[in-house]
Design a protein around this ligand. Sequence first.
Ligand SMILES: Nc1ncnc2c1ncn2[C@@H]1O[C@H](COP(=O)(O)OP(=O)(O)O)[C@@H](O)[C@H]1O
Ligand SMILES: [Mg+2]
Length: 348
Amino acid sequence: MDKITLKGITKAYGKNPPVIENLNLDIKDGSFTVLLGPSGCGKSTVLRMIAGLEKTTEGDVLIDGVSVRDVEPGDRNIAMVFQNYALYPTMTVRENIEFGLKNMKVPKEERKARISEIAEMVGLTEYLDRKPANLSGGQRQRVALARAIVKKPAVFLMDEPLSNLDAKLRTQIRTDLIELHQKLKTTFVYVTHDQIEAMSMGTDIVLLDRGKIQQHDTPDQLYANPANVFTARFIGSPPMNILPAEAADNKFEENIVKIGFRPEKAHLINADQTGDANSIVIDGEVVAREMLGDQVLYKLRTPYGNISVKDFGDSQFTYGSHKVAIAIKDTACFDAQEKLRGFGLEKE
Ligand SMILES: Nc1ncnc2c1ncn2[C@@H]1O[C@H](COP(=O)(O)OP(=O)(O)O)[C@@H](O)[C@H]1O
Ligand SMILES: [Mg+2]
C-alpha cells in the first residue's frame, strides 16, 4: 500500500522555471524511502511539499490516498527533522522532548512513559536531565530525532539530518536509524545527497536529477541494474566506470554507444598478458594505488578515460603500464540516450 502519493507535481518558485515538473511518485507504507540526488536537484522541495511547508504549483499530494491540499502542516500527522535542528537551549533533554507532547495535550503520565521509551530507543536515558550545551553533536541530533519520533507521527521526514556530524558519528547514527525504522515500522522519507547513506539505510531509493526521477528502486537493483548512465555514475564508491564503446573494440551491438563496469568487476593483468576470450581488455597506466585494508583501489589512465579497479587487499600491482580485463557478461551496455540496454550484449 502507498502511504504517500505525489501526483503530477510541478513546483516553480516565483516566476522562475519549475524546479520540479510533473513528478509522479508512490512511497510505500512502512518503507525507508530515500530521496537521493546532487545538490539543487529538488530533494528538499519535494520533502517540504509532502510536509506542507511549501505549496505545489500544480498537482496533488495524497497521504493514505487522501489529498492533503487543505491540511495544515501541523495536522498532517508528520514529523520532520532538519540538518539544522534547533533545540531549546534553556530546556533539559527531557523538556525538549516533552515540549511537542505538551502542545499535543498528551496527559502527563503518558508523556513520561513515551519519553522513557524513546530515550531508551535512541540511547538518551542517562542524559535526560542535561541541557543541550552539555551534549555532544551526536547526542544533540538524537534529541532532535527523539523529539520528532515521540509524537508517533504516521510519516517521519528527515532532510540531511546527519550532514553536520563527523564521519564516525554519521555511520553510528545511520545504524541507529535502520534499527529505529525496524522497531517503529513507520514510513521514513529521508533526503540526502550522499549515496552511501542512501544505499546503507534505504529500503527504497528515489534518485533525482534536475527535478526528474532517474530511477526508483531498491538499493540492490540500483547497484546491479542502473537504468541509465546518470544512475551508474551516481551509485558506488568509486562509481561505475563508463567508457565509449570503442574502448571494447566495438564488440557490442551497433546501438551500444557507452559501456560500463563496476571497479570490483575489473581485473588488472600485466601489460604482456592477454585476456581470455570472454573478456574485453583495455590498455592503461596505473597512476594511483590506494590501500583500503581489505581492498586495493587502483586508478588507471587509458586513452578512453580514467578507470577505477578494485582488487583484493593483497594485490601488488605497481605503477606503470598494465591492462584492465572485464568479463563481457559484466559489461553494462548503454544506448545513445544513455539508457541501459542490458549486460554483455555482444555482436552476433
Ligand atoms: N525558496 C526558494 N526560492 C527560490 N528558489 C528556490 C527556493 N528553494 C529552493 N530553490 C531552488 O530550487 C532548486 C531545488 O532546491 P532544493 O529543493 O533545495 O534542492 P536540494 O534539496 O536537492 O539541494 C534549486 O535550484 C534552488 O536554488
Ligand atoms: Mg536540500
